[in-house]
Write a protein that binds this ligand. Structure first.
Ligand SMILES: C[S@@+](CC[C@H](N)C(=O)[O-])C[C@H]1O[C@@H](n2cnc3c(N)ncnc32)[C@H](O)[C@@H]1O
Length: 278
């Protein structure tokens, strides 16, 4: 097993400019799903929303437009590089209602923050001590405030057909690498129990999963990740170096074959409400 180490503000996926681009493309594809969830959760002008693990801020920008000039977005992330991209992006878009908190989620002074809703997407799956993080979010939520997440719930549901053994080895490497750094690739499964521990009332739960084929926009989301991640997994010692090229060939062959099928890893959309007046 690898003894991989990372810089303090880095995490398993990495935070370089290529990843900034990939997160942008990812958000474009998932924007519709996020907007629908935000509407269902009642996000409206004037609210304060925390974006927990905001990355370069693609969701924060949309949230900032939704809450409007009377509202505020608090974007939290540990990556200085991502938050610099977020600040630059906010300036370019003329958004001045986003404030940034640069810190590990384990070190946030949650009681100093106050919000109507905490949003998180593809972040809790990388974070150790999620129970402590949610307890912190609970302190930041106003009475009647909401927690809304879109997180993986069953990473093994990720399929590409026709399958090859190298894909199973890749999935195993991904799972092991996240777990190695304290994450949980199926963190969605724990959210109902964690919410119950905090006395939150579950409002909505729904799985989000897509079937896609080559040529479709959705196909480009998982395949960008599949093309980018093997090198890093191999550098960090989770994927055999000899699997990198065969894996890339596998993805290229599936992409060239119009009869290929890809099932995206299942995401759980989960919303819960802290007791108190609306
Ligand atoms: C896959 S990105 C998702 C970014 C954003 N939520 C989105 O949907 O585009 C995960 C983010 O979680 C952040 N992150 C991971 N572990 C963290 C931690 N312990 N504390 C703060 N941020 C963390 C990373 O820096 C990264 O920005």
């Amino acid at each position: 097993m690898a003894q991989a180490r990372l810089d303090d503000d880095d995490y398993i996926i990495g935070t370089d400019d290529i990843e900034v681009q990939r997160l942008g493309q990812q958000h474009a594809i998932w924007q519709e799903t996020a907007l629908a969830a935000w509407r269902r959760a009642g996000i409206r002008p004037g609210m304060t929303v925390m974006d927990v693990g905001a990355g370069p801020g693609y969701a924060s920008f949309d949230l900032a437009r939704m809450v409007g000039p009377q509202g505020r977005v608090i974007a939290i992330d540990q990556s200085a590089h991502f938050l610099a991209a977020l600040k630059a992006g906010a300036r370019e878009r003329g958004l001045d209602n986003i404030s940034c908190v640069e810190a590990d989620l384990a070190d946030i002074d949650w009681a100093s923050l106050s919000c109507d809703l905490a949003w998180t997407r593809w972040c809790l799956c990388f974070v150790p001590g999620v129970d402590t993080v949610l307890a912190g979010i609970n302190r930041a939520l106003r009475p009647g405030g909401r927690f809304l997440a879109q997180e993986y719930v069953d990473y093994r549901s990720f399929r590409i057909e026709p399958a090859e053994p190298v894909f199973e080895r890749f999935l195993k490497a991904v799972r092991e690498s996240w777990v190695h750094f304290g994450g949980d690739p199926d963190i969605g499964r724990r959210l109902p129990g964690l919410a119950a521990d905090l006395g939150w009332q579950v409002e909505d739960m729904r799985p989000v999963i897509h079937a896609t084929r080559p040529g479709e926009w959705m196909w480009t989301w998982p395949t960008a990740w599949l093309e980018q991640s093997p090198n890093r997994l191999s550098e960090l010692g989770f994927l055999d170096a000899g699997d990198v090229e065969p894996f890339r060939d596998f993805i290229a062959r599936r992409t060239a074959d119009p009869a290929s099928l890809l099932i995206t890893p299942m995401v759980l959309e989960f919303s819960a409400r802290k007791p108190g007046p609306a």
